[in-house]
Design a protein around this ligand. Structure first.
Ligand code: IYR
Length: 229
């Protein structure tokens, strides 16, 4: 019988109970997962219908299962439903976006964005019942006050955000990966410590009904994958 635990370099390792699926079931299951994930769309218009806090807690717990460099879990998810704080975030984000759309974006960028019907106005920051600000923790403070950098911070937080987006989709809710830039105002408004930087801002809620999305096509498999057999 397999041992329930072993010791490696003085660290306890526990037996992992892996769920093995037959190849046939795997083909069916992975195809169903793809079809379900392929239904996800970024949504820019939200309903103000409330979403229970417990759902947001579960979504964040799912995101926080992501792998991370040396298991440092270098993320903090700030979940905001406070109306006044959402208003302040909208005002500050729109001020940055005005500057971005008017002065920071080149013609090519603006042309690329035309299909997305996005502009400097971000009403969803107030309409959506929740805003999640994913923050990355560049370093940690030790008990003695010294600083230690985290590892692969962008990769780790990017992975966690991908899982967050999948969890939002699974809950029957929608989101948008909004990237006001620069995002320093978020750390100030949320009173986050100086080792944190805002990474992504995601409104979460139900879509406005009816809602329309651009008729975009996803790349075909042979455009995104190369097999070496
Ligand atoms: N950060 C801006 C602009 C923007 C940029 C890209 I690239 C997009 O795909 C969408 C928007 C904004 O959030 O409006």
């Amino acid at each position: 019988m397999n041992k329930k635990e072993i010791n490696i370099h003085g660290f306890r390792h526990i037996l992992h109970e892996h769920d093995t699926i037959s190849p046939d079931d795997m083909v069916e299951k992975s195809d169903a997962f793809y079809k379900w994930l392929n239904k996800r769309r970024s949504i820019r218009e939200f309903s103000d219908t409330e979403v229970p806090k417990q759902v947001i807690e579960n979504i964040i717990k799912s995101a926080s299962t992501a792998p991370s460099g040396a298991h440092k879990q270098p993320w903090t998810f700030c979940a905001i439903s406070n109306k006044e704080l959402k208003r302040q975030i909208r005002i500050a984000a729109e001020a940055e976006e005005k500057e971005t759309y008017e002065n920071r974006m080149g013609e090519r960028w603006k042309n690329d964005l035309a299909a997305m019907a996005t502009d400097m106005h971000k009403p969803f920051l107030e309409t959506a019942p929740w805003i999640i600000v994913a923050c990355k923790r560049a370093y940690e403070y030790e008990a003695d006050g010294s600083k230690h950098n985290n590892y692969y911070v962008n990769e780790s937080v990017g992975l966690a955000c991908g899982m967050l987006i999948a969890a939002i989709h699974d809950a029957g809710l929608v989101t948008l990966t909004h990237t006001p830039s620069p995002m320093k105002f978020l750390i100030r408004l949320l009173k986050r410590p100086d080792n944190e930087r805002a990474f992504l801002l995601l409104p979460v809620g139900y879509p406005k009904e009816p809602v329309y999305v651009p008729d975009l096509k996803r790349k075909e498999l042979d455009q995104v994958a190369v097999f070496y057999e």
